[in-house]
Design a protein around this ligand. Structure first.
Ligand code: ADP
Length: 347
């Protein structure tokens, strides 16, 4: 079914996505079955499976006919010991020869394996190195689990950041991610600091109070003109007496057990701040730990969202930001951000 779901992204018709499910089924059985099953049994099994999962579909008969009589399946069966004969036969048959050639090539390739494919098919194949690497990755399987601890920087680069040995990623890797313990109102060598504000933008407790105190009353005067700010969004002001040029104000989400889109809103805070930074030519920026004080966001989760969101932004805006610094008030918070920075650094 995963094969069908992925194909349905581009082919929203059952005659488009169900054959993809069939091919996925066949390849999966050839590659991963523990016992040796004949290709004929696998194709018949795929036919039964598609009939079951497509029950009620008005194209069911066409679907099962395609599988039963499909020229790609016929040529795969007829030439199951010779990749070249199978592919040549299928593309010379009338029909959509690029598709039938691909299906037959996939089936025979999985069945006979890479070394059995004649060299002439491989020499001029575009992106062959990428294909081999992806095929190896998929067979090996990714061990990264959403809630686990195993990390694989290569997988993260390729399949999470979608970057294939890409210059953009090399540039993004030059952005420094730093966590320090300290008071964000002091000089940290950045052009902008972020304020974990509230939606009124008129000052409050915690880091918000400290920033307003250090900036002086002119900051409050400018904030009054801004008409507040929604949770997850951001607004920019000058920094007045603070040792930087700008303050970017962003109201984080109140923690409400995780059921009120807190994660989305917190990620949006970081993205909104960085968008404003890029628009204003800010290359060096310092964040506090947004939402983990008065707003009670669980620290480890907040740190993960913070670093992951900023990293993704940096990868998608290569060369725009030079330094991302988290200035954190206590050791526990510092450790949480340090751990996430280490985790999200692609080596
Ligand atoms: P929120 O309302 O978004 O939770 P808080 O200001 O209450 O914001 O807390 C956010 C984080 O900022 C907390 O970890 C808090 O300890 C820290 N903090 C408070 N004052 C400062 C400061 N001057 N510099 C850096 N961090 C600070």
């Amino acid at each position: 079914m995963e094969g069908a779901e992925i194909a349905a992204i581009t082919h929203g018709h059952s005659l488009g996505y169900m054959p993809a499910a069939v091919l996925t089924h066949i390849i999966n059985r050839i590659v991963f079955s523990e016992e040796r099953i004949s290709l004929k049994s696998i194709i018949l099994e795929a036919k039964d499976t598609v009939a079951k999962v497509s029950r009620g579909d008005k194209h069911l008969k066409e679907l099962t006919d395609i599988i039963g009589l499909g020229i790609a399946h016929y040529c795969s069966l007829r030439h199951q010991n010779d990749f070249s004969d199978g592919v040549i036969a299928v593309v010379n048959h009338k029909g959509d020869s690029d598709s039938t050639g691909t299906v037959t090539g996939n089936i025979l390739g999985a069945l006979l394996e890479f070394d059995a494919i004649e060299e002439r098919w491989k020499t001029n194949l575009e992106l062959i190195d990428v294909m081999i690497e992806m095929a190896d990755d998929f067979c090996h399987g990714c061990q990264i689990h959403e809630f686990g601890h195993y990390e694989d920087p290569d997988w993260r680069r390729k399949y999470i950041y979608m970057r294939w040995k890409d210059e953009k990623l090399d540039i993004a890797e030059k952005t420094q991610f730093i966590a320090v313990r300290g008071d964000i109102t002091k000089d940290h060598g950045v052009q902008a600091i972020v304020n974990a504000a509230n939606t009124s933008l008129l000052g409050g407790g915690g880091v918000d109070g400290a920033i307003h105190r250090a900036a002086g009353s002119e900051l409050l005067a400018e904030c009054r003109l801004l008409n507040g700010c929604k949770t997850g969004q951001a607004k920019i002001t000058k920094a007045y007496k603070l040792p930087c040029e700008y303050v970017i104000h962003t109201p984080g989400p109140h923690w409400n057990g995780g059921k009120s889109k807190e994660a989305e809103l917190l990620a949006s805070c970081y993205r909104s701040c960085l968008e404003l930074a890029v628009e204003n030519g800010i290359k060096k920026i310092a964040f506090p730990s947004i939402a983990t004080g008065i707003y009670s966001y669980p620290l480890d989760q907040a740190a993960e969202i913070a670093v992951k969101t900023v990293k993704e932004f940096v990868v998608n805006h290569p060369g725009e930001l030079n330094v991302i610094k988290w200035v954190l008030f206590d050791d526990t918070t510092l450790r949480a951000y340090e751990a996430q920075i280490e985790r999200w650094t692609v080596s």
